[in-house]
Design a protein around this ligand. Structure first.
Ligand code: AMP
Length: 444
């Protein structure tokens, strides 16, 4: 099957050629026909499968006909980075169509978004918090909405966005096409799908597990030896771009600094950075300015950097789903990748869960020549303990976004997720005071 089977408008076909798309990916083959036919779709697709284009292309096709200057398609995504990425894909694919896409997310000023919305756009790509601010202030009109897309729905659920999504649903027309994409299918998403989709077509790319092009290995190591092991691994491994995941913002920052100090072009991407700095770290990683990006789950969700050769879990993720998503950053678009996970004794239960998910035992590796016998320096020396987010006042995610105006939505309290431990849910919805500067410049 080729893209010509779908009879896309010549302007859209030009966009696909410019993006280098010759053949549809499996999720595109399955999803494009029902979306073009106006059906609701439940898409179970891992990251890196081409799911953005699976909904973006038929949406562009639909919008070529009909009214311009009104918001007719809305894509909701959990993170700003993902929203930006989807927006850029739409702009690239729809370059010749003159259809306008606008992003709506927090951490940046509200007024430029208001201006852009006022000038007229047919597509809005938004994060839930800021979108609700615009709805409450009457700066977005969704009364003409035809298509609603919820992307990475399981992550929205994990981040406690479900109440926001339900609130949003009160402001969009009941008669609409709804597309729901999720990499995994926890019970909460199944319920949401039943509530909001009408007679949906379910499409699935691969098993809802991890990319088959990724090889996995565990590196058992003491907590205090993680950074030396990371440095040694990087020294001995032929890597392209490397994405390192830590459990907390503080650790992401510190590990990024330690790598920089060791001479690596490294940056950190975590929720304490301003949106501009988050974007700068991500852009620098994409264009090769930074070889290593150290990130927390929240910050790195959904990012598409196709040349990531290695994902290194400096800290074990909290859930098997988070493992899937982290690992989905490598092995994208049929490339191969390696996933290394540092494990301590505390991680044994999660290792078993992941092995269950993958359906095979994970290889345990030791790095030849690395001195595993170095004792922990002090009981409470930094990184000698498992990561724990410092205690701090709770603040809803929306509060970290730039100055929501008076009368904006009240803070939604995250509902308990079925699987995320309390601490990780709290992390997902809170932010530390202060905004440390990005220690992420090109090293010599
Ligand atoms: P996504 O899963 O939407 O994040 O896409 C993963 C990557 O695959 C992105 O870099 C896309 O540009 C790329 N991609 C999507 N569709 C195709 C296609 N049909 N052919 C080649 N690359 C594609």
């Amino acid at each position: 099957m080729s893209f010509s089977n779908f009879n896309f408008h010549p302007y859209i076909a030009t966009g696909m050629t410019a993006a280098g798309y010759a053949t549809p990916t499996p999720i595109q083959k399955q999803a494009i026909p029902p979306v073009l036919a106006g059906r609701d779709v439940m898409g179970l697709a891992q990251t890196g499968t081409g799911k953005t284009a699976a909904f973006a292309l038929p949406i562009l096709q639909r919008l070529m006909q009909g009214e311009r200057g009104r918001v007719r398609a809305l894509v909701v995504a959990p993170t700003r980075e993902l929203a930006e990425q989807i927006h850029q894909s739409i702009e690239k694919l729809g370059h010749k169509t003159r259809l306008k896409s606008v992003t709506v997310y927090g951490g940046v000023k509200l007024n430029p978004q208001v201006d852009k919305l006022r000038r007229g756009a047919e597509i809005v790509v938004a994060c839930p918090g800021r979108l609700l601010d615009h709805i409450n202030q009457g700066t977005i009109d969704l009364s003409r909405l035809e298509v609603l897309v919820l992307d990475e729905a399981d992550q929205m659920f994990d981040m406690g966005f479900l109440p926001d999504i339900r609130r949003l649903l009160r402001h969009v027309p009941a008669r609409r096409q709804t597309l729901l994409f999720s990499a995994t299918m926890p019970a909460g998403i199944r319920t949401l799908a039943q509530e909001i989709l009408t007679n949906p077509v379910t499409v699935q790319a691969g098993t809802p597990g991890t990319a088959v092009t990724v090889s996995h290995a565990l590196y058992p190591v003491g907590q205090h030896l993680k950074t030396p092991l990371l440095l040694e691994l990087l020294r001995h491994t032929d890597t392209g771009s490397v994405l390192v995941f830590t459990r907390t913002k503080h650790r992401a920052k510190r590990v990024g600094e330690q790598l920089e100090k060791a001479g690596y072009r490294a940056a950190s991407l975590q929720g304490n950075l301003s949106q501009n700095r988050r974007q700068a770290a991500l852009d620098g990683f994409r264009d090769g300015t930074f070889q290593v990006l150290v990130a927390t789950d929240i910050a790195a969700r959904g990012i598409d950097v196709s040349q990531v050769s290695h994902v290194i879990n400096y800290d074990m993720p909290d859930t098997a789903e988070a493992y899937t998503h982290r690992i989905g950053r490598t092995g994208r678009a049929a490339r191969t990748g390696d996933a290394f996970t540092f494990t301590t004794g505390d991680d044994a239960p999660m290792v078993r869960t992941i092995e269950c998910l993958l359906g095979a035992p994970l290889e345990r590796r030791t790095l030849p020549g690395f001195d595993y016998s170095v004792p922990s320096p002090q009981r409470d020396a930094e990184f000698a303990r498992p990561p724990r987010e410092p205690r701090q006042a709770r603040k809803p995610e929306a509060a970290q976004q730039a100055a929501p105006a008076a009368g904006s939505r009240t803070a939604a309290v995250a509902p308990p997720s079925a699987k995320a431990p309390k601490a990780s849910r709290r992390r997902a919805r809170t932010t530390s005071p202060g905004s440390p500067s990005l220690q992420a410049q090109r090293s010599r």
